[in-house]
Design a protein around this ligand. Structure first.
Ligand code: SF4
Length: 214
């Protein structure tokens, strides 16, 4: 098991030990959270990092918190998930042609990994991109951190890197024949404030589905 980031290892394990009161009876995952979904996806979704009491608790990306509620409901509306909710790793959720990953695989304090933690975790994303790139048609990147990390990782994965484009909701970049789309992150900070609405999220996912012909 990877222990390359001392601060994140400490946090993921501390949270798993202390737990939130409402989850006291549950066993927390407390380890790096692997990508979830199709092995040979046409659509890749890139987030930020596991949430302390979400994926760090359940062991599955975006599972068990409000961000995941938003994301999986949207994927279900678009026909990419067989159910609208993602509650725990054994709930039967399956994705169609879609995979969810993150540039940082361990929960960071305050949901903020440092640039050095991002760079330390980069080889995992680079290897994943090398594996899935041939079949990939669209990439949806949630938030500016993921956007920056994704474009930094392309060179490490041996993929031609385009000229830098600033992150924006709805921004599109052609990368080696694949369409990379920016989307505000599904964090509560964005969804509670209306910065990201269901309609905005649906528009991005629908665009990815159309590009990928799923
Ligand atoms: S964030 Fe990535 S590199 Fe750092 S400990 Fe977790 S899996 Fe390892």
């Amino acid at each position: 098991m990877c222990r390359a980031c001392p601060r994140l290892v400490g946090w993921r394990e501390e949270v798993a030990g202390t737990k939130r009161r409402s989850f006291q009876d549950q066993e927390y995952w407390g380890r790096p959270v692997p990508a979830f979904g199709a092995d040979q996806p046409r659509v890749l979704i890139v987030g930020l990092a596991p949430a302390a009491h979400g994926a760090n608790r359940t062991g599955r990306m975006f599972t068990g918190d409000r961000s995941g509620d938003w994301l999986y409901a949207a994927l279900h509306r678009a026909g990419l998930a067989n159910q609208p909710t993602s509650v725990h790793a054994g709930d039967g959720l399956e994705l169609r042609g879609t995979r969810i990953t993150a540039p940082v695989h361990c929960a960071p304090p305050a949901n903020k990994p440092t640039p050095s933690e991002r760079d330390t975790c980069q080889p995992w994303l680079a290897r994943e991109l090398q594996i899935v790139w041939p079949g990939l048609r669209a990439v949806v990147v949630l938030g500016a951190f993921g956007w920056e990390a994704f474009f930094r990782t392309l060179a490490a994965a041996g993929i031609p890197t385009p000229q830098k484009v600033a992150f924006a909701h709805g921004a599109e970049v052609d990368v080696d024949g694949r369409i990379v789309i920016g989307c505000y992150h599904v964090s509560q900070q964005n969804t509670f404030t209306g910065r990201l609405t269901e309609a905005m999220l649906d528009e991005v996912i629908t665009r990815a589905v159309s590009v990928a012909r799923l």
